[in-house]
Design a protein around this ligand. Sequence first.
Ligand code: SR1
Ligand code: MG
Length: 400
Amino acid sequence: MFNEYFTMSEEQAIQYAKEKLTIFDENEALACKEIGDGNLNYIFKVFSTESDRSIIIKQSGPVARISDEFKLSPDRNRIEYEILKYQDELAPGLVPKVYQYDPIMNCTVMDDLSDHVIMRTEMINRKQFPKFSQDITDFMVKTLLLTTDVCLEHKHKKDLVKNFINPELCEISEDLVYTEPFSDNNNRNDVFPPNTAWVEEHLYGDDALKLETAKLKFEFMNNAQSLVHGDLHTGSIFVKEDSTKIIDPEFAFYGPMGYDVGNVIANLIFTWANADAYGDAVHKAWVEKTIVEVVDLFREKFLTTWAEKATEYTANYKGFNEAYLESVLKDTSAVTGLESIRRTVGLAHVKDITMIEDAEKRARAERMVMMAGKRFIMERGAFLTGADFLNVIKGVESQF
Ligand code: SR1
Ligand code: MG
């Protein structure tokens, strides 16, 4: 039955588990629920109704779930399987375990993390995660710095670049993150109507901003620096009080490491804007503290890990570590800005912002986020510490 690709139903996913997996007993009664709420794939949770055994089968289709306009190679499923295996070696315990990849059905079998919850949702519910800053910075420093030429033998690194070439998913980011949000020409933007005039003036009409986004797009396409996750927003992070798991690395490729760090910070800014709109000072303060910690812990761990693991001869020249880190933080700032803007006006929104019912409050939240985004892009290079990043956010707060 599974010798030729087709997109599975829940019943067929049960059948798949029975035929292809060994985790359930032969006659165990199974049930299945498709629980995917992302933009691209189908996530089948197959579980026993007799024991606590369960598993996730993640299947990629030939088109994106959000719109069949996006025709995507199911090879993204192989990339996800291989990078999850690799990240588990680099940053043990911070990603789900994967068990098998099926190149015919384009699916990967992995741990069921149902005891965790999606971080975006939980932050909207005003939960705080005390381990988050430590875990996410561990994850980023280990998976990013350790996959660069600073730490890897260069021919091996080039093999990895080849293995993780991901043209179609990169094209989505090139279009949706770097191009369309800044151009009124042939875009798929979805602008909140009260902000249409603002977007026309401050994004589409700002030539200096557009020039910088073009430079950044070419940096994204050409800087094969580290094996990035490629979509590290808070919907790609599963949390529970004492555990963090990073999921969904199907956008992975060799790119600038600031792409991941900037995504994390921008997505914290969305929950900050949500807390601001609902007047929740406690959550806002926790998010502010978390943003500062993420930047500062990243800096600290980056330099410590460099001291322990930098094997490249010239990388150990005095001052190169600091210079390299500065350029990563510059990219981080730029991507914080790009992600802030694209999730506000582009095709793919975030719930933190869209759920704000009061139109005036939503419009204000969006303008704060976009204005901060512009500063992060235009003045990138000026923000090197957690306090610097926070100052930009506090600056727009007082401006609107
Ligand atoms: C067509 S996919 C839209 C967005 O969803 C993914 O999570 C990525 O962020 C992508 O840009
Ligand atoms: Mg995803």
